[in-house]
Design a protein around this ligand. Structure first.
Ligand code: CUA
Length: 342
């Protein structure tokens, strides 16, 4: 049999494939560097036990893979067509082998079930003295109600380190899913159902997450941040959240914005303690104390607020907040008012 020469075209195709594979690997490696939602960098006891379970399952799967593929490659090479004239012995079925490859995987799954079920139970078990937070998924933002502390906020979950936090997950409309990969496992937020997540942070910091169940046009714009704080910082945050914002000085820009808030329809959708009781959009009582808004997709600053107020559905498609057709000066006054809500 003549040896087939590698043609120029074949070499080119091979080089193209190599470029794609190497390029993709480098791209993916770049993604992993400092990825803020890396499940493989657990930052809490809960995510560490999930991570441990993942690696156990992964290595068992590696052993199975190497064994099965190894046997396959061995059989293919060993029993390849060597040009013998006679047909080899034909066998149909082998009860012993078939029993073996049915029982062995069942046994592997059975053994893996112990750490899996154990971890699930351990994560779900209620813990002593928790801070209770009801988490409500909305299109397209997260609402947090600290039911024991009388605090309501959006998108940014504050939690004190080394303290049990019990999250009660609900939905205000469609199915969402709540997850902060480095702090705790995910759970769907389903209309008409209630679920729980135990959360616990160890180190102060900002941990990122986002909605992980497709929920509409701006599913990808439904992010969240968990802000882990020392006990003192958390207490200071709670105290600040429980204070009513001061009314703006009469005649100021902020006062103009305050009047616009009440006349342009904002108050029908947003709550500001002592001012309005709207329930459609996020509670704005202390909106400027947050570091982000619009489903945590924009950093909180006057430029971004201007962009947002000019046309919310353009920034966040499907946003329930309509374009109010505000003039530049009206937007400036509203921003001046929002800046007082700290
Ligand atoms: Cu909410 Cu996806």
């Amino acid at each position: 049999m003549a040896v087939r020469r590698r043609t120029g075209a074949g070499r080119k195709a091979r080089r193209a494939w190599l470029t794609v594979v190497v390029g993709l690997s480098m791209l993916l490696a770049a993604c992993a560097k400092n990825a803020p939602q890396d499940t493989l960098k657990p930052a809490s006891p809960d995510t560490r036990s999930i991570d441990g379970l993942f690696w156990l399952t992964f290595w068992v799967a590696v052993v199975v893979f190497v064994l099965v593929e190894g046997l396959l490659v061995f059989a293919v090479i060993r029993h390849r067509d060597k040009g013998e004239s006679e047909e080899p012995v034909q066998t149909h079925g082998n009860a012993r082998l078939e029993l073996g490859w049915t029982i062995a995987p069942a046994l592997v799954l059975f053994l893996l079930a112990f750490p899996t079920v154990g971890t699930i139970w351990r994560l779900a078990r209620s813990r002593p003295n928790p801070i209770n937070v009801t988490v409500i998924g909305h299109q397209f933002w997260w609402e947090y109600r600290y039911t024991d502390l009388g605090v309501v906020t959006a998108n940014e979950l504050h939690l004190p380190i080394n303290r049990n936090v019990r999250l009660t997950i609900k939905s205000g409309d469609v199915i969402h899913s709540f997850w902060v990969p480095r702090l705790f496992g995910k759970h769907d937020a389903e209309p008409g159902r209630v679920a729980h997540i135990n959360a616990r942070a160890e180190r102060p910091g900002v941990y990122f997450g986002e909605c992980v169940e497709f929920c509409g046009l701006s599913h990808a714009n439904m992010r969240n941040r968990a802000i882990a704080q020392t006990a003192d910082d958390f207490a200071a945050w709670v105290a600040g959240q429980r204070q009513l914002p001061a009314a703006p000085a009469a005649g100021s820009d902020a006062d103009g914005g305050f009047n616009l808030f009440r006349t342009k329809g904002c108050s029908g959708c947003h709550t500001i303690e002592g001012v309005s009781k709207g329930m459609i959009g996020p509670n704005l009582t202390h909106v400027f104390a947050r570091t982000s808004f619009a489903g945590s997709t924009l950093d909180m600053n006057p430029d971004n607020l201007r962009r947002w107020l000019s046309d919310p559905p353009k920034v966040k498609p499907g946003s329930k907040m309509p374009n109010l057709g505000l003039s530049e000066s009206e937007i400036s006054q509203l921003i001046a008012y929002l800046e007082t809500l700290t």
